[in-house]
Structure formats: C-alpha cells, structure tokens
Design a protein around this ligand. Structure first.
Ligand SMILES: Nc1nc2c(ncn2[C@@H]2O[C@H](COP(=O)(O)OP(=O)(O)OP(=O)(O)O)[C@@H](O)[C@H]2O)c(=O)[nH]1
Length: 782
C-alpha cells in the first residue's frame, strides 16, 4: 500500500510502497507509483537494488542511510520485526528503486520459511544489485549467514531464470556483501576469502539443469564486499563508511560503481511493475518453488542418497532377469524374486530414511516406488507375454494330442485344456503381482482367452472337416452297392430306388454328423454349413458312382445283359435253342426295343415318383468357406442326347450280332444228320452187330474194349492216355519224318570204281543200265 505523500509542486514523491504484502499479494498500485516517483519516462535510466539478510540486522537503517529512503526501522527497545513483506521506495535524488525485504530467519514466521525464500528469490531475480547484509560474526557460519537459504535460492533462480540469452550470455547480478559491525580484528581479505569460498561451495553443491551443468558462479554473479563499522560504538566511522559506500551507488566515475550496465535487466521503467509482478507470479506459482525447510533439504539430500543406494542394488538384481525374459522364457518364480528385490530395497530405504523429515521421506519413498515400478514393469509385461505364448503353445499341443486317438470328445478336450491353461496363465500372472503396485494382467488375459478361442475354433473346423470326410467315405461305401444293384437291373423306377437308397444313406450320415457335432460344440451356423457340404458331397459321390456305372463299357454291358436276358433266355431263364420255326425276329425286336427304351431312363436322374426328387442349392460353399462351382441341375443329366444316340447305335450293332448268331444257330441245326440216317445205319449194320454179339472172340474183344473204356473213364485216364498217345504219335511221326527226310535228302555216294570181272554165267547181252542198277544195289547192300 502506497503512503500518500504527494508533493504540491509536482516534484517526484519518495513515498514507499508495499510491493508484496505479508500475505504474498503483489500490489496493483506499482505502475502508478513509478509514475509518482517520476520514473515513468525514465526508460532504462534507473537502477534497482534490493537487500537480503537476517531479520533486524539493520537492513532498513542501511538503505535509509544510503538512499535517503524512509523504510521502517526497528525500535531499539522492542527488538521485533519491523519490515513485513517487500517494500520499495525511490532513492532520494537518485533514479534508483530500492527494495527493502522482510528479514530472514524471523522469529515471527518460525519454521515457515516459505516467504523468506520466495522474497529472496524475487529480490535476486529482479534486482541489479543485491545487498547481502550480515553481521561480521555471521561470516563463516552456514545457517547464521543464510548460506542454506542462498543455496536454495541460487538453485531455483538458475532453474527458473538461468537460461542464456540468444547470444549465449547470462544476465548478471552483483552480490554486494555488506559486513556490519566490522571491528577490524579479522582482516577484510580473510572475510572476503571466507565468503567467496562459501559462495563457490554453495554454487558447486546446487543441482543444475543438465544444459547448465557446467556453468560457473561467475557466469551469473559478481561478488563485491564492503564493511561498515559498528553504528553505536563507532558512529563517526560508521557515518564515513556509509558515505563511502553511498559513493559507490552514486558516483558513476568510480571503478567500484555498483550499477554497471551489465547488471541492468533492460526493462524500461514503465514496464518494471509488470515485469516484477510476472517474476513474483512465477516465483509464487512454480511448484519447484515450494521450497523446503532446512530439515526438508537435509531430508531430501539424505533420502535421495539412501534411495539411490537402494536402487543401485535393486537395478542390479532386476537386470539379471531382463535377458531371460526378453528371450521369451517364462522365468520361474519371477514374481517371488521381484517381491524380494522390492521389499529389500524398500526396507533398506525405510530403515535409513524414515528418521528424516516425514513429508520428504514419504515423497521420496513414492519416487523410489515409482522408479522401481517402472524398472520392473518391463519384466512384468514380458513375463505376461511369455506366459501367454507358452500357455497357448501348450494348449495347442494338448489339443492335438487329445485328438490323436479315435474315440475322444472334442468338447471335453477343449474345455479341459482351456480351463487348465487359463488357470495356469492366471496362476502365473497372479504370482507376478506385488502388493501396492497397480499392475493388471486383465488385458493380456482377455487376449489370451481370445487366442485360445481362435485355436479351439480352428481345431474344431479341422475336426469337422475331417469328420465330414470320414462320413463322406462311409457314405461312399454304403451307397456303392445299392447303386450298382439298381443300375444293373434297370426298371422304369430305377431312379426311385436309387434316390430312396441315397436318402436313406444320407439321413444316416447326417445323423452321424449331428451326433459327433454335439461333442464339438459346433455352432448352429457351422452345423448348417457342414450339413450343406455333406449333402453336396454325398450327391457328388452318388453322381461319381453313377458315372462309373454308366461309363461306355458299363452301360453297353448293362444293355447287352438286359437284351440277352430277354433274347437268349426264355421267361423261365432257360437258354433258348433256336429252331427254325421259332419267331427269332419277333423276340429280337421285342428284346431290342425294351433295351433301347432303357437308354432314356439311364440318361437322366428322374424318379417316377416326383416326391423322391432331390435337389440342392447351386454354388454352395465348402467347409473352408471357399465357394465351389456347383450346378445341381446339370448333375441330373447322366449323358446327353448325342451320347444316348451313340450308345444306342453301338448297342444296335451288338444286338444285331446276337441276332445273326441266333439265325446261324438255326441253320447249323438244320445241317445236322437227319434222324432217318440213323435208322438206315441200324438196318445196314444189323448183321455186323449180330456177328460181334454172337461170335465169342469178337464179343470178348468188344467186352474188353468196353471194360478198358470204362476203367479209363472211371480212373480219369483218358487225358493222360491221350497225352501218351499223342506223344507216341508225335514221336512216330517225327521218326518217320526224319527217316523219310534222310532218305530223300541224302545225295548219292560217289562209287569207287572196282575191277569188274565178267562172270561167265552173266549174259553178255545184258544192257548197261541193268548192270548199273545191279551195281548200285550191291553197293547199297554193302
Ligand atoms: N549494532 C548495530 N545496530 C544497528 C546498526 N544499524 C542499525 N542498528 C540497529 O538495529 C536495529 C534494527 O534495525 P533495522 O534497520 O530495523 O533492521 P532491519 O534489518 O531492517 O530489521 P527488519 O526490517 O525488522 O528485518 C535498530 O534498532 C537499529 O538502530 C548497526 O550498524 N549496528
């Protein structure tokens, strides 16, 4: 709140204003006040100085003496806090904004150090020169000299306002250490060295943002030092010290002039209020600035250390199982291990850190838990995935093994395997849980269940397919014989019988399917699909069988048989022996016509009783879901008209052959020896027969002949004897043949000339030829 001290002549006023009250509210009158101070148009021509230090260390006194301000000064007799919040005043006859800040370590605020930190940070961030006010005897102390506070302030200041400008330079601030009540016993240089070293130490110990890790204290701050004598004991020296120091703020020519341009924030004076309000808001609202107490700071430091130690061991342990899990293995007792690492780390942290500030301890504990959780999370997720995979593989294996035999219930195998491996997954997943960690396996579990269902469905589909194939084979076996029989004995209602047999067998097959499908837990849709497939395949089996039976050879055979049965056999089934007076033509025509009439019957599946007609939807899809080309109507036609014509022509040719054969058989019957010839033979041979019967020699020979014939017949020797006879005959023939060949093919041997003695008795008139003949004969004899 501004103190109203308007000057009647319009000269600038020097009244102070409370920029931030003790409720941490920033004043709304600041801009107005800057105008009143006459600095509205000052542009950059102004400076800003603030003071930092413990309560009642003469800060206000110092500022009033240096800048001619009138900040409240403590009443010596009461020794209590005077400055509350942050005040500002214009320096007398100086374009200097002077900020008097509530002292630190105030009795009134006690443990609540929030305001002193925020106000200190605000002063540091907004001023060009920060006067660090302290008693000489505070130098070298840590808490006493506000070093802890400075450390915090530096840390947050760096994080919030420490980013370099575009040219890489940093906004600098002068820290002017004013050592009060300087007695002179400790040389100035020593004090400077101690304070400089303290500041360097503070700077080194603060945690810096990564990108500002290597920044030095001098990048942000210049340090300057001065002393003031004891105000009460040596008032004269004090006064001269003040005067000397004042010169540093006013005399720009001096080397140690404090308001160097490099410290200026480059904010025009009329924007200072807005700028400072922004800084205050940033200071106030930033979470990082909920600054801790010294106790908290210590706790933070120690808890961090303890936590890091606990984490180091924990990380080492968890690392050991990372590889196995990543490689896809289900690590046994992983949950147990994780819980052990977890509790060990927490116990270690709890044991060492619980002695520190509870808030910090709890907060850091939560941090530790969160880090451990994120470290173990990949193991949890990986193990769940591995569990999922391994249970699924085992489920598949068990399904396949279960379905290996003949008699098994698919539904039982599925439900058994499913519940076992779901349980196995759940047990494995639950084993991984750590109390207090919000991990969930539900999503993975439902994925696992879905995949189990997919595998079961696939197995069921495969099994259904297999089952339909088996039923189809059985159907084929069952339908084969009835179809063969019915097609072998064609009648007009042949197809009625075939279709009846087909329906009967199909009903049995469908029944077999439905019984098995029940144990498969097939859906209604799957059943409909499978039955449709079964019907179509059954029909195709029937068709194949019919095709096989009505192939060229088959159909011609059947027609021939049918024809023969009617032409070559009589009604009683006895083979006909055609006589010349038989009506071969009529029988032939009848049999042929009846047989030809079968061809149209064979050519199309068409029952007489239309209720037996069978039909199937065309273009039905297979069990695999693939649509097959299937035109039911076309399957009803066994052969086309052209084919029927061809068959009938070929049959006609066969039938004609039978006809010719029949005709020939009557002719050959006619060519037999007439019966009267036998009579003539009896008459003519009567005498010879009597001669044999009544001549004992002939009779005996006849009887022997008969007995021999009987013996040969009864011993079945006719064949061997014939064979022997034949062999002997052949041998005789061969021998004879060879002899003859030898005889006729031998060339005449050359005859050696012998001396010829003319026998007396030989007639002289014997001609040469006869002699030669005789000679030749002789030679042969020789
Ligand atoms: N010994 C000594 N006392 C001083 C000096 N300067 C001021 N004092 C006395 O210290 C007391 C506190 O002075 P203030 O100026 O009010 O101190 P302050 O630091 O502004 O106090 P707060 O604003 O309440 O924090 C007053 O009684 C002053 O007379 C000094 O240099 N030496």
């Amino acid at each position: 709140m501004a103190q109203d001290k308007f000057l009647p002549n319009g000269a600038p006023s020097y009244e102070r204003v409370q920029v931030v009250n003790d409720q941490k509210k920033f004043t709304q009158d600041f801009t107005k006040q800057i105008t009143k101070w006459g600095l509205g148009d000052a542009g950059f021509n102004y400076d800003l100085v603030a003071v930092f230090g413990s309560q009642s260390t003469g800060k206000s006194t110092l500022l009033n003496r240096l800048f001619g301000t009138d900040f409240d000064v403590m009443d010596e007799t009461r020794r209590q806090q005077t400055t509350k919040g942050i005040w500002m005043c214009r320096g007398k006859n100086m374009n200097v904004l002077v900020m008097d800040v509530e002292g630190t370590d105030g009795r009134e605020r006690g443990e609540d150090q929030d305001f002193e930190r925020k106000s200190a940070l605000f002063s540091l961030a907004s001023s060009e020169v920060l006067i660090v006010n302290m008693w000489e005897h505070q130098v070298g102390l840590y808490q006493g000299a506000n070093m802890g506070l400075l450390k915090t302030v530096f840390e947050v200041n760096l994080a919030l306002f420490g980013k370099p400008a575009a040219d890489g330079t940093h906004q600098k601030t002068l820290l002017l250490f004013v050592i009060r009540d300087h007695l002179g016993t400790t040389p100035m240089e020593n004090l400077v060295a101690t304070l400089t070293s303290d500041m360097e130490k503070i700077w080194d110990s603060i945690s810096k943002p990564t990108e500002l890790r290597d920044r030095q204290l001098k990048d942000y701050f210049d340090l300057s030092f001065t002393t003031l004598s004891h105000k009460l004991l040596r008032p004269d020296v004090f006064e001269s010290d003040i005067k000397r120091l004042r010169g540093r703020f006013t005399d720009k020519a001096r080397d140690d002039y404090v308001f160097q341009p490099s410290y200026h924030k480059r904010i025009p004076a009329d924007g200072v209020a807005f700028y400072m309000e922004g800084i205050w808001e940033k200071v106030q609202s930033n979470k990082d600035l909920d600054l801790p107490t010294q106790q908290e700071l210590l706790a933070q430091f120690r808890c961090d250390e303890i936590s890091a130690q606990a984490l180091a061991e924990f990380n080492e342990q968890s690392k050991s199982q990372r590889k196995p899990v990543e490689s896809g293995r289900v690590v046994e007792d992983l949950g147990k291990m994780m819980r052990s690492w977890w509790t060990t780390a927490l116990a270690r942290y709890d044991h060492n850190a619980s002695r520190y500030h509870q808030g910090v301890y709890q907060r850091k504990r939560a941090d530790l838990i969160s880090v451990m959780e994120s470290t173990l999370s990949p193991l949890f997720v990986g193990q769940l995935k591995n569990l999922h995979k391994s249970c699924l593989v085992s489920f598949k294996r068990e399904m396949l093994e279960g379905m290996r035999g003949e008699s098994y219930s698919f539904a039982e195998i599925v439900s058994g395997a499913r519940s076992r491996f779901e349980q196995s997954f759940l047990t494995g997943a639950k084993e991984l849980l750590i109390r207090g960690v919000d991990w969930s396996y539900e999503e993975e579990y439902s994925l696992f269940q879905e995949e189990i269902q997919l595998v079961a469905d696939q197995c069921r589909k495969d099994e259904t397919k297999k089952m339909v194939n088996v039923i189809e084979r059985n159907f084929k076996r069952s339908i084969s014989e009835p179809v063969e029989i019915e097609l072998m004995r064609p009648t007009p209602d042949m197809w009625d019988k075939v279709l009846t047999a087909f329906r009967r067998t199909l009903v049995k097959s469908e029944g077999a399917y439905l019984t098995k499908a029940k144990s498969f837990n097939c859906t209604e849709d799957e059943n409909v699909h499978a039955l449709a497939t079964l019907r179509r395949r059954a029909w195709q089996v029937l068709r194949t069988k019919i095709d096989e039976q009505t192939a060229d050879v088959g159909i011609l055979g059947k027609l021939r048989t049918h024809f023969e049965e009617r032409f070559r056999y009589d009604e009683a089934g006895i083979p006909r022996v055609w006589r010349s007076d038989d009506d071969i033509d009529g029988a032939f025509k009848g049999a042929k016509d009846k047989t030809l009439a079968l061809i149209p019957i064979y050519s199309k599946i068409k029952p007489v009783d239309t209720s037996l007609e069978y039909s199937l939807p065309s273009g039905a899809s297979d069990l695999t879901g693939e649509t097959e080309e299937f035109d039911f109507e076309s399957t009803l036609t066994i052969f086309s008209e052209t084919k029927a014509l061809d068959i009938s022509n070929r049959f006609r040719r066969d039938a004609d052959a039978y006809y010719v054969e029949a005709k020939r058989s009557t002719v050959s019957g006619i060519a037999q020896i007439p019966y009267w010839i036998y009579g003539v033979l009896v008459v003519l041979g009567w005498n010879e027969a009597m001669a044999i019967l009544f001549n004992p020699l002939y009779f005996a020979m006849f009887a022997i002949g008969l007995v021999s014939a009987y013996v040969i017949y009864s011993l079945n020797l006719a064949g061997p004897l014939m064979q022997v006879g034949k062999t002997v005959g052949n041998e005789v023939y061969r021998q004879g043949h060879e002899r003859l060949k030898e005889h006729f093919s031998q060339p005449p041997q050359p005859v050696r000339a012998q001396p010829v003695r003319i026998k007396k008795e030989e007639p002289l008139d014997q001609d040469f030829d006869s002699v030669a003949r005789n000679r030749t004969r002789e030679m042969r004899v020789q």
